[in-house]
Structure formats: structure tokens, C-alpha cells
Design a protein around this ligand. Structure first.
Ligand SMILES: O=C(O)CCC(=O)C(=O)O
Length: 276
């Protein structure tokens, strides 16, 4: 018996490489999450932009609580089993009427997490629509191996090196709109991306990228993890502590250290470094 997903949702994940929408937070809860996040941005904006959007769960208790929320962990358990590590997070925010987009890519191509016994959970903190640049997925592409990406370093591309899968059959892609408080789960190899925000409102998403099984190793560089459920029977990574206050100096220092290591992973074989 699955814990959070229905049997049909579990089957959809395995068939299509993603599943959505999954109801997690009520409208009231997610409004509180958004208010807490935006208050932190207002007070510490310089620390929560660009690369500061990576691993912000180490400095903001509100994001830490999301990453460890039992309702999300139940859904994740339905996909990767009962032993679950949080291996990283990213805030994906598109300001109103901005050009930032995310090119077609496979997460597993650059992230160094092997084997692909992990899943990305993407929480909508605002409503996420086709107009404001929701993710699009190409169903079934997770069944194929990793494909070569081209590093474009595009000005408006929000990926580190603008890595792009060429010749994607865009007509085969489907949008993944979510209401605030809903979650999607996607597979490490699924080809996905998202367009610009053409609306007048912020598009705010928080990706736990990723939840990994303790069997998963980091084959390019070093990561830290938090054991969110079960046991870390693999012992491949160092355990990270959880934040208890907003933007504590030692938490910021730790987040920056993990992000330096993350940057080395993302740019391991790159011709040059991009913006993040
Ligand atoms: O937020 C987006 O549009 C893309 C996020 C993404 O690529 C991911 O979570 O893997």
C-alpha cells in the first residue's frame, strides 16, 4: 500500500517519469510558508539570490521544515523506499514578466548522483501556470539513457551552464501546472524544462533536489545530507545539521561551503563557469 500516492499515481511515476499534482499543504499553510520566505528575502535578499538560492534549507527553518515534512516524505517513500536522505535544495523563482527560462535537460546528467535511485520533489509556493512558466515534462524519456547536452551559457537560461538537450520533440511535452501547496515528483532522467514568466505575478517553486536513497553515491564531488527518514545505511556522505534560526552566521558559512562544493560538481567538465 502506498503511503501518500494513490496506486494510479505511483504507476504514473514509473510509466511517465513524473507525477503531479500531489496535494501537500493547505492554502493557509502555504500562504504562511510564502510569507515567511518573502520576509526572509526582504531582510536578507543578497543572501537569497543567485547561488544563494541553492541549499537555502540550511539557513531558513521554513525550507528545512518543508524538506522534512512527513506528507512529502510519505510521497517520496512511495517512490524510493523508506530510507530517505535530503541531498540538496533549490529555490526556483521567476519574477513577474522576466525572461528567465530553464532549457530542456536531464537532472542526472550533471549532478553526479549514482545510481539513479533518487527523486526530485518540486513544491509550488505560488500558483504555477503555463503563463508564469510551469515545468514541462516529456513523458517516458526517463526510460532512455542519459543523452549528450550542449552547454549554451544563454543569458536568460537559469541553469548553471545553460545545458540543453538538443532536438527535443516539444509537441510531446506536457505542462505541469500546480496550485500553491501542491507537489510534483520527477525522475532523474526525465527531459524537462520551463518557459519565461509572462504574468504579472511571482512564480515561486522550491525543489528538493534531491531526495536520495542511502545507496546513492556522489561520484563527482562532495555533498552533505540530512537523514529525513529511516537510516543512512550507505554512510557515503556527511550528515548536515538542521537550522534553528533564520540566517545564523554559522549556518550561512556552512551553506556557502556546500555551495562551493556544488559548484565544483556542476562545472566539473565545463569549458567555463556561468553565473551560479
Ligand atoms: O523550476 C523549474 O522550472 C525547473 C526546475 C528543475 O529543472 C528541476 O527541479 O529539476
Amino acid at each position: 500500500m502506498p503511503k501518500r500516492l494513490t496506486g494510479a499515481q505511483q504507476a504514473a511515476y514509473h510509466r511517465d517519469g513524473f507525477v503531479a499534482p500531489i496535494d501537500i499543504f493547505s492554502a493557509e499553510e502555504v500562504a504562511g510558508i510564502r510569507a515567511e520566505l518573502e520576509a526572509a528575502e526582504a531582510a536578507h535578499g543578497d543572501q537569497l539570490s543567485a547561488a544563494g538560492r541553492n541549499n537555502a534549507h540550511y539557513v531558513l527553518p521554513v525550507l528545512d521544515r518543508i524538506a522534512h515534512d512527513p506528507r512529502i516524505l510519505d510521497a517520496v517513500e512511495d517512490v524510493i523506499g523508506p530510507d530517505i536522505l535530503v541531498a540538496g535544495t533549490t529555490l526556483f523563482i521567476k519574477e513577474p514578466a522576466t525572461e528567465g527560462f530553464i532549457s530542456w535537460h536531464q537532472d542526472a546528467r550533471y549532478i553526479g548522483l549514482e545510481p539513479h535511485d533518487w527523486v526530485t520533489a518540486w513544491l509550488a509556493i505560488s500558483d504555477v501556470t503555463e503563463e508564469n512558466g510551469c515545468m514541462r515534462m516529456v513523458p517516458g524519456t526517463h526510460n532512455a539513457p542519459l543523452v549528450a547536452h550542449v552547454d549554451t551559457y544563454g543569458e536568460d537560461n537559469m541553469l548553471t551552464r545553460g545545458q540543453t538537450v538538443p532536438d527535443v520533440d516539444e509537441d510531446a511535452s506536457v505542462p505541469v501546472p500546480l496550485k500553491a501547496g501542491q507537489l510534483s515528483l520527477h525522475h532523474p532522467r526525465i527531459v524537462h524544462g520551463s518557459g519565461a514568466n509572462r504574468s504579472g505575478a511571482r512564480r515561486v517553486g522550491f525543489a528538493i533536489q534531491s531526495y536520495i536513497s542511502p545507496a546513492v553515491e556522489q561520484v563527482i564531488g562532495r555533498i552533505w545530507v540530512q537523514t529525513a527518514r529511516g537510516t543512512d545505511y550507505g554512510g557515503h556522505h556527511t550528515e548536515a545539521k538542521r537550522p534553528t534560526s533564520v540566517m545564523a552566521a554559522d549556518d550561512i558559512a556552512f551553506r556557502d561551503r556546500t555551495n562551493d562544493e556544488l559548484s565544483k560538481i556542476f562545472y566539473a567538465d565545463a569549458a567555463k563557469e556561468g553565473k551560479y
